[in-house]
Design a protein around this ligand. Sequence first.
Ligand SMILES: [Zn+2]
Length: 118
Amino acid sequence: MPNTGLINGPYALTNESIDEHIARTSSGVYVLERSRKVGSFVVDYVGRSDSDVNGRLKKWVGKNRYKRFKFGYFSSPKSAFDKECEIYHNFNNLDNDIHPQRPAGTDWECLYCEVFDE
Ligand SMILES: [Zn+2]
């Protein structure tokens, strides 16, 4: 099993739990899991926020049967983007339909594929 490198969690995907565990307003990357099996965390989805990982995660509460999350703070949107791409490419069978998007106005490239090459 690859490792996400996200050290915080797993925690319950509820508004209260998100506020309890994500106190900082910060860029971040998160992964979501549908099952609630104790022990192994199964990565079903990866996402990021460029400015507020707390607020982004709350949009997932109650959706798609996601039950738990893990996350990491990142000091910049670019470092969060790189981590999101890494997880997207390292894990199979994710729910993500499309490759992670780069923020509008940036020319960032994925470190793991050539999706952004013209
Ligand atoms: Zn890529």
